[in-house]
Ligand binder design. Structure first.
Ligand code: GTP
Ligand code: MG
Length: 281
């Protein structure tokens, strides 16, 4: 990734070569959510290096394919998956339990929540359970292919960065299956955010990322936005805090099964969140 040449003068920590931060703060205590009736099923593996947090809502068809792809592309000894299931009406929880029976609780933990509590809180609840030094966040709708995970890991090892983010807009990345409206919305959202905030990351709204766990634990409690703008705020605050971000091109494929949750409300929320970040960071 090129250096952040477009740093805003208002930025407190953005310099020409931000030093890699020493990660001493572990703010897990302050990431508590108000979720009630949450049940953890599975032991979690204490030996895995990487935990994949997989939020699912109505992903009955996609979830088994995702887990199968993990087994195809990853060395499972090194990975643990936390499925955050929000009582989907389509029976995703039963499918998750069958997968856990088949792959074992050392590979799959299921975080059972009482209802649809949103993506941000799904990540937060799961983060409490993470024991590994690295966390991967990704969607379970097959838009994010597990084959890119080893590339993320390699990039982090090679560069010593704190975060690797998948990008659809650089390094051979792309999008398949979106109509013009969706492409324009995504490009527009990224362009506007880059113009106003200049974080130097090409895909701000993407959510396929590898993090050092302490970085995520430090940043997450500071996030105020919900919905589409959430991923952007995470990245902007990470860059603002001086952490080193690298990018890997990914091909993003639109979901085949299930329904998109992106509507007009999300677009308005995005613009409000963008303005808030512009004024506060
Ligand atoms: N546990 C949980 N998972 C959620 C919730 N909302 C969305 N998800 C999951 O989060 C991931 C991303 O959600 P998507 O609906 O694909 O949203 P998107 O990727 O922004 O948009 P589309 O792909 O166009 O639908 C998927 O794996 C969803 O199943 C939620 O409230 N709770
Ligand atoms: Mg999706």
């Amino acid at each position: 990734m090129p250096p952040r040449s477009k740093s805003r003068s208002r930025s407190k920590s953005r310099g020409s070569s931000p030093a890699k931060k020493t990660l001493t703060k572990n703010s897990a205590r302050s990431t508590k959510t108000k979720t009630t009736k949450t049940k953890k099923v599975g032991l979690g593996s204490g030996s895995a290096n990487y935990t994949i947090i997989l939020p699912v809502y109505n992903e009955r068809e996609n979830l088994p394919i995702m887990i199968h792809l993990f087994s195809e592309y990853l060395d499972l000894k090194d990975y643990h998956v936390i499925i955050v299931e929000d009582n989907s009406p389509d029976g995703t929880r039963e499918v998750a339990k069958l997968l856990q029976d088949s792959y074992g609780p050392d590979f799959i933990t299921i975080l059972e929540r009482a209802g649809k509590l949103g993506l941000g809180s799904a990540y937060l609840s799961a983060l409490h359970l993470v024991k590994s030094p690295y966390v991967i966040l990704m969607d379970a709708d097959l838009s994010h292919h597990p084959k890119f995970i080893p590339k993320f890991v390699q990039k982090m090892e090679e560069t010593g960065c704190n975060i690797v983010t998948g990008t659809r807009y650089r390094d051979g990345g792309g999008v398949a299956g979106w109509d013009t409206r969706r492409k324009v919305m995504s490009k527009g959202a990224n362009f506007l955010a880059d113009f106003l905030l200049s974080p130097g990351v090409s895909d701000l709204t993407g959510s396929f990322r590898l993090y050092e766990t302490p970085v995520l634990r430090e940043i997450f409690p500071k996030i105020v936005s919900k919905g589409y703008v959430f991923q952007m705020e995470v990245m902007v605050r990470i860059v603002d805090a001086g952490y080193k971000v690298e990018e890997v091109g990914i091909s993003f494929v639109d979901r085949i099964y299930g329904e998109s949750k992106l509507g007009a409300g999300e677009i308005i929320g995005y613009l409000k969140g963008l303005l808030n970040l512009f004024l506060t960071t």
